[in-house]
Design a binder for this molecule. Structure first.
Ligand SMILES: Nc1ncnc2c1ncn2[C@@H]1O[C@H](COP(=O)(O)OP(=O)(O)O)[C@@H](O)[C@H]1O
Ligand SMILES: [Mg+2]
Length: 288
């Protein structure tokens, strides 16, 4: 079997995968999209064949477009282009979740600050959460506590933002004050199985629990409700390897995000699970 790993940097996750390939004597190759050019008119891109290419690009758009190019040429990519396109975009993800009747927070979208303020006043109410539709690691996600903080954030984006940051994706706030309860949950789904889950706790002064900005993780048990909603979310986007982020409203679970290129250092460490091994098992069983 030959596996490609599509990267733009050798991350901790990529090193773990390489260790697993070497342990199992699997033929693999790193495809670094920073060092290549692609011949769009040529039928095959690479010499020899790949049974599957695992998309692990840290840069979302480069990974997405490389996937589009290689998939068009007939390569199997995990996750596929359509899955990456939807999961990398919170607006498209929300639409898909609503289409599939999967619980997700109340969300409004507006293309100008004034109607965005109207959406908060009439629909979402304060505090509200403002997110860039493409982004990760909690970056540029803001909590809008009142009109002043809302207008401040919206105006900054309107004047200084790029075109994507001027799409105002506004969501109901689902935070809570109980420091014993996780801020949100991350469930790692491979194929049709939820293989690991962690609760993430926000740092004291922030409302976001991303590990990249100081959130901490603790293993949690995967009960029936968590498994059901996570698998539905993964199915909705035809995901093969995804990370599903969940929050609770009162006691009901809601999907806030599906990650199509999920990092797994924190979940591997907190659950003591060999996630890279599970990923390679899946690739061998599905594409080997
Ligand atoms: N609706 C919300 N209410 C309260 N906190 C939220 C909400 N949505 C996201 N958060 C917090 O912000 C973090 C990042 O949000 P998420 O939608 O997962 O975007 P990212 O792609 O940046 O991880 C979450 O892990 C959670 O802690
Ligand atoms: Mg997230």
């Amino acid at each position: 079997m030959k596996i490609g790993i599509l990267i733009n940097r050798v991350t901790w996750e990529v090193k773990q995968l390489i260790t697993e390939f070497e342990k199992r004597k699997i033929n693999y190759n790193l495809i670094n999209n920073q060092k290549l050019f692609f011949r769009l008119n040529k039928e095959k891109e690479f010499e020899g064949r790949y049974d599957v290419i695992l998309e692990r690009s840290l840069s979302y758009l480069r990974g997405l477009y490389t996937t589009a190019i290689l998939e068009t040429k007939g390569y199997n990519i995990v996750n596929n282009y359509n899955c990456l396109n939807i999961t990398g975009n919170k607006l498209l993800t929300t639409l898909k979740l609503i289409e599939k009747n999967i619980p997700t927070p109340k969300t409004c979208v507006s293309f100008k600050p004034e109607p965005a303020i109207g959406a908060i006043k009439e629909e979402i109410k304060y505090p509200a959460i403002l997110k860039p539709i493409i982004g990760s690691w909690g970056r540029l996600i803001a909590k809008l506590d009142d009109y002043t903080s809302a207008m401040g954030n919206l105006e900054c984006r309107e004047v200084m933002g790029n075109v994507l940051q001027k799409i105002y994706y506004i969501q109901e706030y689902l935070g809570h004050q109980d420091s014993n309860m996780p801020t949100d949950l991350r469930v790692f789904v491979i194929g049709k199985e939820c293989i690991a889950a962690m609760g993430r706790f926000k740092p004291e002064d922030d409302f976001r629990s991303n590990i990249a900005i100081g959130g901490t993780a603790k293993k949690i048990d995967i009960n029936k409700d968590i498994a059901k909603i996570s698998l539905s979310a993964s199915n909705a986007v035809n995901g093969e390897i995804v990370g599903v982020d969940l929050m609770r409203k009162q006691n009901e679970l809601k999907v806030i995000e599906i990650n199509g290129t999920p990092q797994f250092r924190a979940i591997a460490t907190s659950t003591k699970m060999n996630i890279a091994g599970k990923i390679v098992d899946f690739l061998e069983n599905t594409y080997g």
